[in-house]
Ligand binder design. Sequence first.
Ligand code: HZT
Ligand code: MN
Ligand code: MN
Length: 475
Amino acid sequence: MHSLVQELENTTIADGVPETQLDGAAATEAGPAATTGEVVKKKNKKKKAAAAAPVNGEAEPEKEEKEETSKDANAEDDDDEDDDEEEAVASGTATAGAKKKKKKKTNKKKKKIQTEPPTIPLSVLFPSKIYPEGELCEYKDDNLWRTTDEEKRAVERQNSDQYNDVRRASEVHRQVRQYARRNIKPGMTMTEICEMIENGTRTLVEANGFESGIAFPTGCSLNHCAAHYTPNAGDKIVLQYGDVCKIDFGVHVNGRIIDSAFTLTFDPVYDNLLAAVKDATNTGIREAGIDVRLGDIGAAIQEVMESYEVEIGGKTYQVKPIRNLTGHSIDLYKIHGTKAVPIVNNGDPTKMEEGEYFAIETFGSTGRGIVRYDMETSHYARAYDIPKIPIRLPRAKALFETINREFGTLPFCRRYLDRVGEDKYLLALKSLCDSGHVEGYPPLVDIKGSFTAQYEHTLVLRPTRKEVLSRGDDY
Ligand code: HZT
Ligand code: MN
Ligand code: MN
């Protein structure tokens, strides 16, 4: 097992990040599809971020004429033979089986739909095979020149295939989570919830070996558990009305990973907790940029998170960032690169660099704001650097071959081993963890009785601008 949890050191709390630093490129608070409350009751001050019309550009083309913006061009162009039932939107809100709405012939363009449950692969919804860009943000001050720089633009053109791949993963994430948000209800088992998301992902991304698929196990961590819980076989846990559930799932295309998460609740008492964490994550996204120091991003996140309070059961809590959890850089087929993005001011002077991908994720808690390992492990991944020592146990050797063949360096869970036909592998798996060939990622929990929330997006620091790949109209 290893160092998922940031070393706990004397992190100082940075107060006094000027408010002006917290505003930048337009960030979105949720749009109409948000299930959780937007009632923002801040203790201190400030801004309600302007709602930018987010991605899913193909979603609402209102015109008949084809304006070939990169967004509108997609779902609409080719075989758009106006099938009557196509009414809804790529990431929009239609229910497939639902009644056809009256066709508004009058300059309303037919929209490609997704079914519910989602069954139509993205490559069918986007016959052009060009997928929509995420939210675009210009860099600030010292790097604003990049937006129009010809050389930087040329570099981007060279990278267009990688961007298109990761945008396809992003659109799959948006469509699957839209379905998940609308259909996950108290009374479902955690296993049913995960399977709903995993089946949707596999179908829409057309999972195919290392070319495309699920990037890591579906997290559905509850309440004081902040991260890395997914059910193992036999788990009978049922989602409750009062639960705070973090849905954290990943999609990849050719190893380009989207890591994005949101928090699901049913009881509005948690609304301010969710608002705090959503705002904190959007702050981290706004602050991110080429040459920005990681510690400065943490300071901005902490300032915003701590400006919220939430009242639960007659007790008022100041929302705490979970200080030993972080965001992270993402590499090809590697969910965590070498950089950690703190959510408190830890003074890290390391800078973000051109071309890097980051998962910006923040966690808020009503507990200590510190997590520890607890409960049965479900998440694992092959070590990026395989130890040179040979594997002696034959069962372990065979299991390692399965892991390498099925997942490579992508994280997996016990349920994924079950579905590829592995059986009675626990001893072998433990042995691979002990030898360092595989790393376990146990659930991370704050104190019992506390509630934790999370929001997470993946962005890329393109040479000319920042692209928030996983942005949707929900978060
Ligand atoms: C590990 C295992 C997985 C990466 C963050 C995370 C979910 O806590 C450096 C910083 C999936 C992801 C990860 F199966 N982790 N994001 N989404 N968990 S982490 C980490 O291990 S490593 C943070
Ligand atoms: Mn995640
Ligand atoms: Mn992450």
